[in-house]
Design a protein around this ligand. Structure first.
Ligand code: FE2
Length: 284
C-alpha cells in the first residue's frame, strides 16, 4: 500500500422522524450528526470514506431515512451504509435509495475504495434485536471474499460477532452464535484487517480469531457498562477515525462532551424474553 488511508466510522446514528414525537429517542440525534460532520471536516488527512454501521434511523421509516439523506447531503466523500435492527429494509429502500420495489431484500454489498475492499453485511433481522445472516448472504460473502484477494478487507456489520465459545443468553447483543461461528470460518485467511460494528452503544475493541472487532458508542445514547443488572442508558456519543497502514488497522475514538446523565433503564429480563419470543420458529 503506497499511502496510509484515513476513514471515519460512525454508528448508531438513530436519526429521528421530523415532526414525530418518539418516546424511544433520548437525544437530539440530528444535531449530534451535524456536529460530528462538522468535526469530520477538520480530520486530516482527509478521510477517503465514511462508514455508517447501522441503526441509521431510530424508527426505520422512510421519512427518517429522507432526513438522514438530507443531513448527509453535505458530505462529498463516499459513505458506506449498513442496516441495523432499528432500521427497516423497506424504509431504507424507499427513503434513502429510492428503490422502493426492493422491499425486504437484504442490503449487502461490497466496494473497493483506494485499494481497500469494504464488504458490508446486512445483519438486521425483521422483528428481532439480535443479528442474523441469511444463507444466501453467506453464499454471497463466500464468493465476494475471493475477489480482490490481494486487497485488505474491512467488514462492516451492525451486530458484532458473538465472542464466546458457546451461545450466550444475551445473544440479542450480537450476531447469533451459529452465524458468528460460520462467519469466523469464512473470514479466516482472507486478509481481513478489521470488522466495524455498533449495536451495543459503547466503544469496545476485541480481537476475535485474530481479527480486530471495533464497536463504536454511536450517536444516540451510551450503555453504562458499570451497571450489569440493568441496561442503563446514559448520555454520550463518539465517532472514530481509522487509519489503514500496510501493517494493519488503527482506530482512534473521538468522544463528544457528555455529562453521562441517565436517559433510560431497560430491565434485562424483558429484553431476553423479547428475543426468545422473536427466535421461536414462525407458525405455518
Ligand atoms: Fe443502536
Amino acid at each position: 500500500m503506497a499511502n496510509d488511508i484515513t476513514f471515519v466510522h460512525l454508528t448508531d446514528l438513530h436519526v429521528g422522524t421530523p415532526g414525530v414525537d418518539d418516546p424511544h429517542l433520548f437525544s437530539d440525534t440530528g444535531a449530534t450528526l451535524s456536529t460530528i460532520l462538522d468535526l469530520v471536516e477538520s480530520v486530516t488527512p482527509r478521510p477517503r470514506f465514511l462508514v455508517a454501521s447501522g441503526d441509521l434511523t431510530n424508527r426505520g421509516d422512510a421519512e427518517s431515512f429522507r432526513e438522514l439523506k438530507r443531513i448527509m447531503a453535505r458530505i462529498d466523500i463516499p459513505v458506506i451504509y449498513a442496516l441495523g435492527n432499528h432500521d427497516t429494509r423497506s424504509g431504507f429502500y424507499d427513503g434513502m435509495a429510492e428503490q422502493p420495489h426492493l422491499l425486504e431484500t437484504p442490503y449487502f454489498h461490497d466496494r473497493v475504495i483506494d485499494g481497500i475492499h469494504i464488504v458490508t453485511l446486512d445483519s438486521s433481522t425483521p422483528g428481532q434485536i439480535g443479528g442474523t445472516i441469511e444463507p444466501e448472504q453467506f453464499m454471497w460473502l463466500e464468493s465476494v471474499l475471493d475477489t480482490h484477494p490481494d486487497l485488505p478487507k474491512l467488514i462492516v456489520s451492525h451486530h458484532p460477532p458473538a465472542l464466546g465459545d458457546e451461545p450466550d443468553l444475551a445473544h440479542w447483543r450480537t450476531l447469533e452464535f451459529a452465524d458468528s461461528k460460520r462467519l469466523a470460518g469464512l473470514l479466516t485467511g482472507k486478509r481481513v484487517i478489521g470488522i466495524l460494528s455498533g449495536h451495543i452503544h459503547h466503544d469496545r475493541v476485541s480481537v476475535w480469531h485474530g481479527i480486530p472487532v471495533v464497536v463504536g458508542m454511536g450517536q444516540h445514547a451510551a450503555t453504562d457498562i458499570l451497571h450489569t443488572e440493568v441496561l442503563r442508558m446514559v448520555s454520550g456519543s463518539s465517532f472514530a477515525i481509522g487509519t489503514i497502514r500496510s501493517s494493519g488497522l488503527t482506530v482512534a475514538f473521538v468522544p463528544l462532551p457528555s455529562d453521562r446523565a441517565e436517559l433510560n433503564r431497560y430491565p434485562l429480563d424483558l429484553l431476553r424474553q423479547r428475543n426468545a419470543i422473536a427466535s421461536l420458529p414462525a407458525a405455518h
